[in-house]
Design a protein around this ligand. Structure first.
Ligand code: SF4
Length: 642
């Protein structure tokens, strides 16, 4: 059998001595930096302030200014530089929107180039485009609609890029103030299977370790993840980890070029000749991860390569898991995983020989109809040898967009209140007592359910803070028809997106938002490793843009002025004080005041010392004993994203 160890042939060896990756596909860092300077040339001083003071709005790896909490050198990547223009560009001319027929021919990248949303805009039924309205008129129209409709026919959706914890917190409070739990965010579309499976298995819903735990871990295994593209500075962490002997393993249908070889710009030798990242590649078939991991577990159990003491003292459910495993035949697992029994054994041997490991996964695992099962299988693997709650070990759902970690923690979630507490009558009553108004106790609509509700006429008002369902959900024609079926849509955003041009059933209102850096009183973001970081306000006014949290607060106050005093949170500082009171593990967020101020909730490790915050204090292995067919079946959006 051919080993899955990545061996370099003579061609690859030859390429490795060619400086700067000439002739190869690679990030062009020097050219990219020059292009960034050119694109932002009309506002370079502000661009510099954003880079040197702000918390990056690119991905959830997390950096404040140019420094993070993992490496000593500069932390910067092209993703961040490419986004910079969003923060420096001027407003577009609102007359461009008077007829959208030409704009509809542009893609989202071209729409973004047009500039920032300048002012509130309204498009009525059968109108060719948008006309300018005042903030007062915009708020009044939305408030009148809210008062006129059933709260269950109102829904809020929040994106994960750029928003701060403050926006999530206040948007969910406003939704509940208005009587609805129909509030959801982009985490639903990426890591909700991770949240559910981890909460069940470990009692926590976030990454258990820190990036530092990659350093010197025997193995860092990536399942369905490509950090070279999605969290580029992670390659710098891997470079350091590999110097300490860490082996990097990929389980992925595609041999991601960036994970095979990367040019880390801040390392002299790597910048010139590149660095080999992955040591092993297991080309599992699309959707074959569950079958592959059942096969690996079967070998680990058969060969007795598991940590019996850890399993006996700190886990539950392993006997059932063993029974499930015994029901599968290798032929079946091979057919469904696309990998042979020998491949499974090679992977199992890596696990056998590793005293420490960090298991990392992303959308390639979660965005299947059986994403929760796949995550549970990764957790099962981690539990065979106690790869959790100790140094150089961890279970890490690596996050994409910059602010996605905080969305559910702040309660902008149809199924959870602030602090990730499940929506239930008891938790609703407790939150009502804090807020001074009745918080609904029914489960709200998830993001895909909102779109389905639009399609069947179940919503009267859909309020989107950023995001673009047309480009993030399957079946764009269905999504387009669904959104056209809502009487009122509100799109609060900083730039134009093509979903805004879907015709109005009655009205579409665009509201111009400030960026996270312009936001009054600054804001916070939570990274994948649970670090809450403060990004100060960097003063800039573009058109009539307003802070995202202020807009939703003003609309709620306009809808119910007689109860508006119950909203509180009159300033960003008061907002953070309330967040700290309502979400105990965010206590301390109110003290963050300048660039670099941050803390990691839960400390370096969750489940430290193998103490699991589950009902019985144990980690729960298990699964549903089913092994999905290989990909190829078509799923409705609700099934794909739940
Ligand atoms: S790796 Fe992520 S957090 Fe770091 S600079 Fe790039 S986009 Fe920003």
């Amino acid at each position: 059998m051919r080993s899955h160890r990545i061996h370099k042939g003579w061609k690859a060896k030859l390429k490795a001595v060619v400086p700067f990756g000439l002739g190869q596909i690679k990030p062009k860092h020097v050219r990219g930096i020059a292009e960034t300077v050119w694109k932002n040339r009309d506002n370079l001083p502000y661009a510099w302030k954003v880079l040197s003071r702000g918390v990056c709005d690119g991905c959830a790896l997390g950096v404040a200014g140019f420094h993070d909490w993992t490496i000593t050198g500069i932390h910067l990547c092209m993703t961040r530089l490419n986004l910079l223009r969003l923060n420096t560009m001027p407003a577009l001319d609102p007359r461009l929107l008077e007829n959208v027929s030409k704009l509809q021919l542009l893609d989202n990248a071209q729409l973004r180039e047009l500039g920032r949303l300048p002012c509130p805009l309204l498009r009525e039924r059968n109108a060719p485009g948008f006309r300018r309205i005042s903030w007062d008129e915009g708020c009044r129209r939305i408030a009148v609609k809210i008062r006129a409709i059933e709260p269950r026919r109102l829904a809020f959706y929040l994106t994960a890029r750029g928003l701060t914890n403050e926006v999530y917190y206040l948007a969910q409070k406003v939704a509940r103030f208005l009587g609805t739990n129909n509030v959801d965010n982009a985490a639903r579309l990426c890591h909700s299977p991770s949240t559910a499976a981890m909460k069940h298995a470990l009692g926590v819903a976030a990454t258990t370790c820190s990036y530092k735990d990659w350093y010197g871990a025997a193995l860092v295994i990536f399942f369905g993840a490509n950090p070279a593209n999605d969290q580029p500075v992670a390659t710098k962490y891997l470079l350091e980890a590999k110097k300490l002997g860490t082996k990097v393993v990929l389980v992925n249908p595609y041999r991601e070029p960036g994970m095979e070889r990367y040019w880390v710009p801040s390392n002299f030798s790597s910048a010139i000749f590149g660095t080999d990242i992955a040591d092993y590649w297991f080309p599992v078939s699309i959707g074959g991860d569950v079958a592959f991991l059942y096969g690996v577990l079967k070998i680990l159990v058969q060969q007795d390569w598991v940590d019996h003491e850890f399993i006996a003292k700190h886990t539950a459910g392993f006997d059932d898991l063993r029974l499930q495993i015994s029901n599968f035949k290798f032929e079946q697992l091979e057919a469904r995983s696309g990998l042979s029994r020998e491949s499974m054994r090679e992977f199992a041997e890596l696990i056998r020989d590793a005293q420490t490991a960090v298991l990392v996964w992303s959308m390639g695992i979660t965005q299947h109809a059986f994403g929760g099962d796949s995550v549970q299988m990764i957790l099962n693997l981690g539990l065979t040898k106690g790869f959790v709650g100790r140094d150089k070990c961890g279970l890490m759902p690596i996050r994409g967009h910059s602010s996605v970690q905080g969305g559910a923690e702040m309660g902008a979630y149809a199924t959870a209140f602030p602090g990730g507490k499940p929506v239930s009558p008891e938790n609703a009553a407790a939150l009502s007592a804090i807020y001074g108004f009745k918080v609904p106790d029914w489960i709200g609509l998830t993001a895909p359910e909102m779109v389905e509700a639009c399609a069947r006429g179940g919503l009267d008002l859909l309020y989107c803070l950023g995001g673009n369902f047309l480009r993030t959900l399957p079946e764009p024609e269905f999504v387009s028809r669904a959104l056209a079926n809502v009487p009122m849509r509100v799109h609060q955003d900083i730039i134009l997106t093509d979903q805004m041009f879907i015709a109005a059933k009655e009205e579409v209102i665009l509201l111009p938002a400030k960026t996270r850096y312009e936001q009054d009183d600054g804001g916070t973001e939570t990274s994948t490793e649970r670090r809450i970081m403060f990004s100060p306000q960097i003063q800039r006014q573009v058109g009539e843009a307003r802070a995202e949290w202020k807009i939703v607060r003003e609309i709620a106050a306009a809808a119910y002025p007689e109860r508006a005093h119950l909203l509180g949170c009159e300033s960003g500082w008061k907002l953070r004080q309330e967040m700290a009171r309502v979400v105990p593990f965010y206590d301390g967020v109110e003290n963050l005041k300048q660039t670099g101020d941050a803390f990691q909730y839960g400390g370096r490790h969750l489940c430290a010392g193998w103490k699991f915050p589950t009902a019985d204090g144990r980690a729960h292995a298990g699964g549903r004993g089913r092994c999905p067919e290989r990909a190829g079946r078509r799923h409705r959006i609700s099934a794909a994203a739940r």
